[in-house]
Design a protein around this ligand. Structure first.
Ligand code: GCU
Length: 675
């Protein structure tokens, strides 16, 4: 086996005929298609029919057959009057023994089919039930940071299955991947790293057109648009120009011609993702231009082909001197992009990381959400667990994403607008928006290194499709599908571990929103001062008195970037949410938290608790031996939980020792703190 089917196993159900009838699974066996002839020729149609037949056959043991004489018990219908793009409704309420999936379009029907199969695989009763699903976000995207040599930047599950040895790979695994992510509603994919170097710059040349086109066509069968990351300096590196100035007429016409060539060769391309003026990548700043100049120039070049430019806001000074306490990396996204609000063309979308730093275990929501009022926006999260245990530790991120999506931004004129309202385009009348995740897949047998990390891939798709979805329900469905055939006790335990995993990770790593404290470069494992005297702008400022960064008006002024009342809430120690206390304030070790504990005691306690939680996950898993049907998956998870438990102890001891030695205050509970 080269790779597992993850949550698409479709294990044969062990239900009696009577149970199947009660749940109305018998109605899946004869179906009619109510889809216009033209749509039947769309690439997605054949896929959805074959998925349906294959899934039902696997689950129920009988292959469904199509009927045309009106005797069907299930209808698969496209009705453009229903919902909006990609929407579907699974309806078993209409009349006895009959069901229907009605979708706005063929892609919606594909999503409906996958969802119906998932409902059956988790043994839900269809009879009398109805599921109406209208996607929250226009774009539901994965960003792969795959390099063309086959490595993956921040990849923790093997090598790339898109590239090897500077070649584009098109094979069975491509299709298996497309199928897997489409089954949870993903509709756009960037295959190459945002840091576009060497061979990747040539993805927009005839060296790779054939393969890129082939990929785009496979993806299209699953309703997915292919995007590429772009090198802003391509006019120089490919075109031999002396500059990449976005306002230079030669550069403008080079890009226009280039895009004409690219779209002639790969007409299905969705567009491009651009990291510019960030961490050494080229961009408009070199020429005294701003990011609107850069993004709009590219947007004009792709506009004739319906292309989009997704422009990242991860722009900051990565050459800071740690002694400089006025420069604040957290401020930089807002400082760079807020003045440009309203200047971006309609086919530009700004992609904004969830927080102002870089995917830490806890960060405040990026102040550009709610700040920008006239710009298309996308939220960028990271399911590759760069700073959350690198897919060695279990860290189920949907509860974190839920909080981010629910954050109230106080967008002017829309007092209740959350991040979800903004990116979905509900609150801003913008045409484009959505959510992207830095992906966590690779060519490991289980796709994601840790089997439990697949819950983040599944969950991200689900949450992107329905931003109101409940993380625990998602976790349960994922566990039931992936660990089909295991005991109920095992499924409950997996859900419990997933739901407790992010809090546990937060407890044993950096405290109260301060972040970092990781080893430089690779970012795994504890190193409290790893970045403290470095140039990256990621300081915690701990000394003998206390710890934290003053981001109030007396400090860097970052808190004031939020709309009121958020700005005031963060400005004052008393109202600042405690989980973010050290992000916004410098706090003495003897400061009393709302629990009555001092800051230092809180640090000690949470680190002991977090390491105990990780040990508990391992103990729980050991007790489940024999209850997990897939023995290989059991062994893989056992190995990872063992690594996590040991690493959590290392985190606990390093962090506690550091602070004990800084302040000299002993643990009230007298536990051993290594010195
Ligand atoms: C982080 C990450 C880099 C990545 C960058 C980005 O800094 O460590 O590997 O390139 O984010 O998002 O562009």
């Amino acid at each position: 086996m080269e790779y597992t089917e993850a949550w698409l196993k479709y294990r044969r159900l062990s239900l009696s005929r009577q149970q199947c009838e009660e749940k109305q699974y018998d109605s899946l066996i004869s179906y009619a298609v109510r889809v216009d002839q033209g749509l039947k020729e769309s690439p997605c149609f054949a896929v959805l029919i074959s998925e349906f037949e294959r899934g039902v056959k696997a689950l129920l043991g009988e292959r469904p057959h199509e009927v045309t004489d009106g005797s069907e018990t299930l209808a698969l219908a496209v009705d453009p009057a229903f919902g909006s793009k990609d929407a579907y409704c699974i309806d078993f309420t209409q009349k006895d023994g009959f069901g229907a999936i009605t979708a706005h379009d063929v892609n919606g029907l594909l999503y409906g089919v996958f969802r119906l199969l998932q409902l059956v695989a988790t043994e839900q009763t269809l009879a009398g039930q109805k599921w109406t699903c209208i996607p929250s976000n226009p774009l539901r995207m994965l960003n792969h940071w795959d390099n063309m040599d086959g490595t993956i930047e921040r990849g923790y599950s093997g090598r790339s299955f898109f590239f090897a040895d500077d070649q584009v790979l098109v094979g069975e695994r491509t299709r298996a991947y497309a199928r897997m992510v489409a089954s949870v509603g993903i509709n756009a994919v960037v295959i190459n790293n945002v840091n576009v170097r060497s061979a990747a710059t040539y993805l927009i040349t005839d060296r790779y057109f054939d393969k890129v086109k082939a990929l785009s066509e496979i993806f299209a069968e699953y309703g997915i648009s292919l995007y590429l990351s772009l090198n802003f300096a391509a006019p120089m590196e490919l075109g031999g120009l002396t500059l990449s100035d976005p306002l230079d007429p030669g550069v403008i016409s080079w890009w226009k011609e280039k895009m004409a060539e690219v779209y002639a060769a790969v007409p299905k391309l969705g567009g491009f993702l651009v990291k510019a003026d960030s961490e050494g990548r080229p961009g408009p700043f070199t020429y005294g231009r701003d990011h609107a100049d850069g993004a709009n120039m590219l947007a004009r070049a792709v506009e004739p082909y319906g292309g989009r430019i997704i422009w990242r806001c991860f722009v900051y000074n990565c050459q800071q001197d740690w002694r400089d306490t006025k420069t604040d990396r957290a401020r930089s996204g807002y400082d760079n992009f807020m003045p440009l609000d309203g200047r971006f063309l309609d086919n530009v979308i700004l992609q904004i990381k969830n927080g102002p730093m870089d995917f830490q275990v806890r960060e405040p929501v990026h102040p550009l959400f709610g700040g920008l009022t006239k710009t298309n926006q996308m939220l960028e999260v990271q399911i590759a667990q760069e700073y959350t245990g690198q897919q060695k530790h279990v860290c189920y991120l949907m509860p974190m994403f839920r909080q981010i999506l629910d954050f109230k931004t106080y967008l002017p004129g829309h007092e209740d607008a959350t991040v979800a309202d903004i990116i979905s385009t509900r609150a801003l009348k913008n045409a484009n928006g959505g959510i992207a995740a830095v992906a966590n897949t690779g060519n490991d047998v289980n796709w994601t290194g840790h089997d439990f990390a697949a819950a983040n891939l599944f969950g991200f798709g689900r949450l992107a499709f329905d931003t109101a979805a409940d993380p625990e329900s998602i976790a349960r469905e994922w566990a039931q599908l992936t660990f089909a055939g295991s005991t109920k006790e095992a499924i409950d335990a997996i859900v419990d571990i997933l739901m407790r995993s992010w809090p546990a990770y937060e407890k044993y790593t950096s405290p109260l929103g301060i972040g970092w404290m990781v080893n430089p470069n690779h970012h795994y494992g504890p190193n409290v001062e790893g970045y403290e005297f470095d140039r990256w702008g990621t300081y915690h400022r701990a000394n003998w008195r206390g710890i934290g960064v003053d981001r109030t008006t007396k400090g860097t002024g970052y808190a004031a970037q939020y709309r009121e009342p958020n700005a005031s809430m963060y400005e004052h120690v008393e109202t600042c949410p405690e989980e973010l206390l050290l992000f916004f304030h410098f706090i003495p070790y003897d400061y009393r938290l709302k629990t009555g504990k001092t800051l230092i005691q809180h640090i000690y306690d949470t680190h002991f608790e977090g390491a105990d939680d990780a040990a508990g996950f391992l103990e729980t898993w050991k007790k489940l031996e024999g209850q997990i049907e897939d023995k290989e998956a059991y062994a893989r998870v056992l190995e990872r939980l063992t690594i996590q438990a040991a690493s959590a102890i290392e985190w606990r001891d390093r962090i506690n020792t550091y602070f004990y030695r800084r302040c000299g205050v002993p643990d009230e509970k007298g536990r051993k703190i290594y010195e």
